[in-house]
Ligand binder design. Structure first.
Ligand code: 4NP
Length: 157
């Protein structure tokens, strides 16, 4: 039986101010280009930055690719997210174990590492650029874009 459910995708990192907002932006763009009807959001496992906009370096990186993420606001992952979303993607292994630890018994979301979407990069993490330099944000953008395009292509099938 075909799955007619609209996909709902949530990207999760630690602070929801660097990697997952960039993943959300890259996937919104990939989904739009593919003509996919999807729900998209991002969240953090931690609560330190709740209510804040993305890190200025993440905003600058998205802006270089023509995307304004200045209106995004950080929020923390909740149990309700496991019922609302069909797919939850962790940016790294610590995020993955924190996500799994919060999963309620009645959740429907599948949970995986984001780079599992990219052939040859299964099991890899998107490195945390927060304590590094600007170049780290470019690496993050390349990683999340590669994964977003692969995810959009898979959802189209
Ligand atoms: P993110 O990056 O998880 O990609 O949003 C971080 C943001 C904040 C912190 C660490 C990583 N922090 O320690 O405050």
């Amino acid at each position: 039986m075909p799955d007619l459910e609209k996909p709902a995708i949530l990207f999760v990192c630690l602070g929801n101010i660097c990697r997952s907002p960039l993943a959300e932006a890259a996937f919104r763009k990939a989904a739009q280009q593919a003509g996919l009807a999807v729900e998209v959001d991002s969240a953090g496992t931690g609560d330190w930055h709740v209510g804040k906009p993305p890190d200025g370096r993440a905003q600058a990186t998205a802006a270089r690719y023509g995307i304004d993420i200045g209106g995004y606001r950080a929020r923390q992952l909740t149990e309700e997210d496991f019922r609302r979303f069909t797919h939850i993607f962790a940016l790294d292994h610590a995020n993955l174990s924190d996500i799994c630890a919060l999963a309620p018994g009645d959740g429907r979301a599948s949970v995986a590492l984001l780079l599992d979407m990219v052939p040859g990069r299964e099991g890899q993490a998107v490195a945390d650029p927060y304590f590094g330099d600007d170049e780290g944000f470019e690496v993050t953008w390349r990683d999340v874009t590669e994964a977003a395009e692969a995810l959009a292509a898979q959802l189209l099938q």
